[in-house]
Design a protein around this ligand. Structure first.
Ligand code: AMP
Length: 421
């Protein structure tokens, strides 16, 4: 049995580490609720076709990284590598657009990509993200970026770099692609095999190649911002103005493209510089996907979203997160009192108090050691005398004070001590 281990790149989270996870999750849900997002939960497995059509056939995710299997010899299914395609599918399947002109969804859950595992890069990782359908921006774009920066600051992730770009729409893109291909074609022999192939199938993907020889060529490539049509330019200018008005520092990065095909117009990425982050320092990525809903079978509907990787955020976060401790620990001075303890524990928990005990039959001293280790602020001691009198000794473990109170008063006394902390 000892050789059974979790799948490479997939991690367990143990109770001693859960405090930090809970803090991130709570901050995320509190923040998005204030901005008007409702939670959406979609299946972890979807038809493979959704991601092929949504993310794009010639992308690293679809070509190399998906966990795909055939379900009982019938359907090709894939473990979701990201959240946007599923959200669009659900939005269309439930005709959400017909019910309200603007829809704001948030999600949090595990995603799966067969990447090479490293610090901050896993094969199962957690993303929290949002999607807005029906609003063409750019104010919602700026608000979203500002919201994420605020959330990260609240979590103690402060040394940030916000990069923004505009990928344009149809016309802009066509003119830019022509220029990009004209630049790359004579240099094709310097590119990696993947990029040589993508030069004909999906030239934009050459720009986000991680291969060093590609990056050298890309560094001199034409920039999309020089090709923006007037409407795209106006959108991008207004985005920058609004970000400035909101007080969010950013930098325009004209070669930012990110690895998914559905993006157009606004594109952004937030990188961290502090904490234990190593090379995997992209905390969050997002952008506009005004063509995706239509491409997946709906009517033309603008959309924008982002996703952040929870593990990376936690690597960049500051502050301690002690695992949650019980409010009270029940100690029995003789083994005969254990049934009595069981009923007292039930009553305390029923009254909303987190209570624990060690009823294996050990000495009073060893039970007190467990009480201390648990981090509980209060010990509740019961023995034959207390059972007869219908009372319990309630001991404030921080101050060492002890009081005997009636059983009906125990919960209130535990609360009083907890509040005095
Ligand atoms: P993407 O969906 O590729 O735009 O990624 C959005 C964010 O998810 C990234 O900025 C990371 O924080 C996180 N992320 C993406 N891939 C991984 C991975 N393999 N392991 C851990 N986090 C990831």
């Amino acid at each position: 049995m000892s050789s059974l281990r979790a799948v490479k790149g997939m991690n367990d989270v143990l109770p001693e580490d859960i405090g930090r996870w809970r803090r991130v999750e709570r901050a995320f849900w509190d923040t998005v609720a204030r901005y008007g997002y409702g939670e959406v939960r979609t299946p972890i497995v979807e038809p493979t076709e959704l991601f092929v059509r949504g993310i794009g056939e010639v992308t690293d995710i679809v070509e190399k990284e998906m966990y795909t299997f055939v379900d009982k010899g019938e359907h090709s299914l894939t473990m979701r590598p990201e959240g946007t395609a599923s959200a669009v599918r659900a939005y269309l399947q439930h005709s959400v657009g017909a019910r309200s002109p603007v829809t704001k969804w948030a999600y949090l859950g595990p995603m799966f990509r067969r990447e090479r595992p490293a610090r901050g890069r896993y094969r199962q990782f957690w993303q929290a993200g949002v999607e807005v359908f029906g609003d063409p921006g750019p104010f919602v774009d700026a608000e979203m970026i500002d919201m994420i920066v605020g959330l990260l600051a609240e979590l103690g992730v402060e040394d940030l770099e916000v990069l923004v770009n505009c990928l344009g729409t149809g016309d802009t893109r066509a003119r830019y692609l022509e220029a990009l291909v004209a630049y790359l074609t004579p240099r094709a022999s310097e590119l990696s095999a993947d990029s040589q192939r993508r030069l004909t199938t999906n030239p934009l993907r050459v720009l986000d190649s991680k291969a060093p020889q590609d990056q050298a060529v890309v560094a001199e490539a034409p920039e999309i911002l020089a090709y923006l049509a007037d409407e795209d330019r106006g959108h991008f200018d207004l985005l920058q103005e609004t970000l400035t008005a909101l007080g969010t520092p950013f930098r325009v990065e004209a070669r930012l493209v990110r690895g998914l095909d559905y993006y157009d117009r606004t594109l952004f990425e937030i990188r961290g510089r502090g904490g234990e982050l190593g090379a995997q320092n992209t905390l969050c990525g997002g952008g506009r996907y005004d063509g995706l809903v239509e491409q997946l079978g709906g009517s033309a509907t603008p959309g924008i979203g982002f996703a952040m990787g929870l593990e990376r955020i936690m690597l960049a976060m500051s502050g301690d997160d002690a695992p949650p401790a019980p409010d009270a620990f029940v100690v029995v001075t003789s083994p005969e009192q254990r049934t009595d303890a069981a009923t007292l524990l039930k009553a305390l928990r029923g009254a909303g108090i987190a209570a624990d005990a060690d009823l294996r039959g050990g000495s009073t001293k060893s039970q007190f050691r467990r009480a201390d280790k648990s981090g509980a602020a209060v010990a509740i001691v019961i023995g034959p005398d207390e059972a007869k009198a219908g009372t319990a000794q309630v001991k404030d473990l921080r101050r060492g004070e002890q009081r005997e109170v009636a059983r009906a008063e125990v919960a209130a006394e535990v609360r009083r001590i907890g509040e005095a902390e």
